[in-house]
Design a protein around this ligand. Sequence first.
Ligand code: HEM
Length: 411
Amino acid sequence: MATLAPFGVDVPLSAIDVSDATLYANDSWRPVFARLRAEAPVHFQANSPFGPYWSVTRHADIMAVEARPDIFSSSHEFGGITIVDLFGEFNLPQFIAMDRPRHGEQRRVVAPAFGPSQIARMATEVRKRTCELLDGLPVGEAFDWVDRVSIELTTGMLAILFDYPWEKRRDLTLWSDWGGDIEAALNPDTNLIRHQHLLDMTHALDELMAQRKAQPPGDDLISAMAHSDAMGDMPFQERTGNYILLIVGGNDTTRNSMSGLVEAFNRFDGEWARLEADPALIGNAVSEVIRWQTPLSHMRRTAVADADIAGVPVKKGDKIVVWYISGNRDDDVFPDAERFDVSRANARRHLSFGFGVHRCVGARLAELQVSILIEELLARRLFPRQIGEATRVAQCFVHGFRTLPVVLERR
Ligand code: HEM
């Protein structure tokens, strides 16, 4: 097993802190989680920059925690759904960070916007934008895949979902980057800047909500919220919270799936050829990309009663972090889990979309976007060849890339 910064395999278990951003910036998290799964699958870290927390690292135990939302709460009242405790004015109510019944009431408002008929409607538009983008890319010249492809396509997908003015779509990227940056939220100076961006976002989307309210109900997500009882008249903080949820939820995650696919297909060279030979594998390959990348490393719950997780007692008030990035590498569920295999029989069992009542409501839209990207690359006989080191997001929540240099090869 490799010994990579910041934790060698020989450090005491009590010293392991998987919230350390360098693990993700250096891409050195694998052996650390492998050790936790083997030696301390429910592990306590008493001293982290985020305070004391439990880590749950095995696939089955993560599902068991998420299956008990009445004991393991998502509520913002206890600090929310990431390892950072956000309280006071920075603690925003949003339905991902609510328990029943309010969670269900609001989820039911947005869910139809991701239903089969809406997905079919968006597919045409997503494909059109993807084709336009691919046709404008240089072949045989170096460029940054993150900026030119992943960010651009994801932002476009959200603009379609919200029916947001196309020419202003990069607003969504800016707000998502600040909204999802939990390390920035920890620092009082950067948190003020973050707060200003979020205010700008709320004002812009409020305006859109008011316009949609004045019009007959439409197909887009903003219209669905504007015309609903549960979300048509939310207080300011709750509007901001839910806007961020819908923007960050869809943006960083899908973006990093599209970057992750480049890294995965480059590390496991024969896999792209398998898709070229058998495009019927694309659907499964999309799940395998999302498993392999795991765009969100974790979610957090708070115990609202004394409980046990895999026989380990936890106390009321304890912070419980479920590490999807580890569950998705659990060899008990995914044999040879580190291998990227487009025909992996159970790729769909990945935990990247979470599990239980909060399972990602946008999963189908994300899969659609990634699938169309692969289909259209194959249709053009193009392959994004990685030509240098990626730079990675130094965070323990969003798991992804800042830059990823590629050259498009004609096959
Ligand atoms: C590959 C892409 C994506 C990944 C990996 C992802 C991941 C997740 C995860 C881990 C959760 C929480 C699950 C839990 O707590 O059990 C979640 C919830 C959510 N996601 Fe996604 N997501 C993706 C794409 C999207 C898209 C495209 C949207 C919409 C624009 C979206 C919107 C949401 C919302 C609104 C929730 C809250 C659901 C609830 O609390 O009921 N996500 N997502």
